[in-house]
Write a protein that binds this ligand. Structure first.
Ligand code: SF4
Ligand code: SF4
Ligand code: SF4
Length: 369
């Protein structure tokens, strides 16, 4: 169903604001006060948003740099209520308990604009876990079904980007509803899915059918793709990513795991910024006879993650926990879902307080073959 439209650059803001009247639109912006780039709800920050690089506004749209947190938090929040509960106990007869449960509701329609291609692949990886698995997660699915993804190709490639080493590329729009890239004074807007088509139809005042033929745009896209891809360093030259899961299995007992993980302090920052990490814990907050059951992200480099009620911990050493983290991404999920669960966004490299670099670590283990 692919269709190509043109959006004038000067109309970008009006298009986003028009969509924000009908849905929650999330855009990548810099929060100047906190010096952080993240996705923000446009309706919430719009009065304080500079669309260019205005220095006098608290927020500015930033379509170049990566956000600190991945957009997964918009579909799979860091912490969310699952249900409210209350109960009445008959103190005369203790097995006589009346329980009432009200599942929490998710929000309405949402649009995430300006996703990097690697972030779209990250959401597709989560889909395979939450929305397509044997047990479907209704909280995730409700939000995901209500979410439209508008990706933007990467003109700028950063030092920690490595999507091309792990199945992706800077202009790979697979799994996006809409994919955009710059061409002179315009954005070329490729619409791939029914959700994308509905947006293109509804906001047709801004999106005009593209005047040139398909080959013209295909060449423009290919040129951008090769220019950006060439800037990414291939650290595992000579190793096909498809061979990595087997190598990980063969090297499970390698001494190198101790060496590569010795700097890790198990802080979990790499997990919280990662677009594909999906583990969570479930807890109850209770006040008298009512409360909430909620879930919050968890991380496997934590000692508590595997601590058993008996006091035994099957991954007591950090090197064992770090090995699990890398195998989850480069081995176990490849066998389960057919894809590596690292999309090469580089965020974990950027935030690690002790400068662990996942590319070097995988490279070291791969060389052990
Ligand atoms: S890793 Fe690739 S897709 Fe992701 S931001 Fe960098 S160049 Fe873009
Ligand atoms: S961010 Fe660095 S130190 Fe913290 S858990 Fe991840 S690898 Fe270890
Ligand atoms: S492991 Fe690191 S580079 Fe890979 S997807 Fe997660 S944050 Fe990005």
């Amino acid at each position: 169903m692919e269709k190509t439209y043109i959006l004038k650059k000067e109309n970008l803001g009006s298009w986003l604001l028009a969509m924000a009247k009908d849905a929650d639109v999330f855009v990548p912006a810099e929060d100047r006060e906190n010096s952080i780039i993240n996705f923000f709800n446009l309706s919430r920050i719009e009065p304080e948003l500079g669309w260019g690089r205005e220095q006098d506004k608290p927020y500015s749209l930033n379509l170049e740099e990566k956000t600190r947190l991945s957009p997964k938090q918009i579909i799979y929040p860091q912490s969310e209520d699952l249900l409210d509960f209350s109960y009445q106990k008959n103190m005369e007869q203790l097995d006589d308990v009346e329980i009432s449960i009200a599942p929490s509701k998710t929000d309405g329609k949402q649009i995430i604009f300006g996703l990097k291609p690697c972030d779209v692949q990250g959401i597709a990886r989560l889909d395979a876990v939450f929305a397509e698995g044997v047990v479907k997660d209704s909280y995730y699915m409700d939000r995901r079904n209500n979410t439209t993804l508008i990706a933007r190709g990467c003109n700028t490639v950063y030092e920690d980007c490595f999507c091309t080493m792990v199945e992706g590329s800077p202009y790979n729009f697979e799994n996006a509803d809409i994919g955009m890239y710059e061409l002179d004074d315009d954005y070329v807007v490729n619409v791939f899915t029914e959700k994308g088509r509905q947006l293109a139809d509804k906001y047709g005042d801004f999106l005009k059918p593209a005047p040139n033929d398909a080959d013209y745009y295909s060449k423009a896209l290919d040129d951008r793709e090769s220019q950006s891809s060439e800037k990414i360093n291939a650290l595992w030259e000579g190793t096909d990513y498809k061979d990595i899961p087997e190598i990980m299995n063969a090297n499970f007992g390698a001494e190198a795991w101790k060496e590569v993980s010795k700097k890790c302090i198990g802080c979990g920052a790499c997990t919280f910024v990662c677009p594909t990490c999906y583990c969570f814990d479930i807890r109850d907050e209770k006040d008298n006879q009512q409360g909430q059951r909620y879930r919050c992200w968890d991380f496997c480099t934590s000692y508590l993650y595997t601590l058993e009620a008996s006091g035994h911990n099957p991954r007591a050493e950090l090197s064992q926990r770090y090995r699990n983290k890398i195998n989850c991404k480069y081995n176990y999920n490849y066998r389960r879902h057919g894809h590596l669960y690292c999309v090469g966004c580089g965020r974990c490299i950027d935030v690690c307080p002790v400068n662990m670099d996942i590319r070097e670590i995988v490279g070291t283990i791969v060389k052990e073959k």
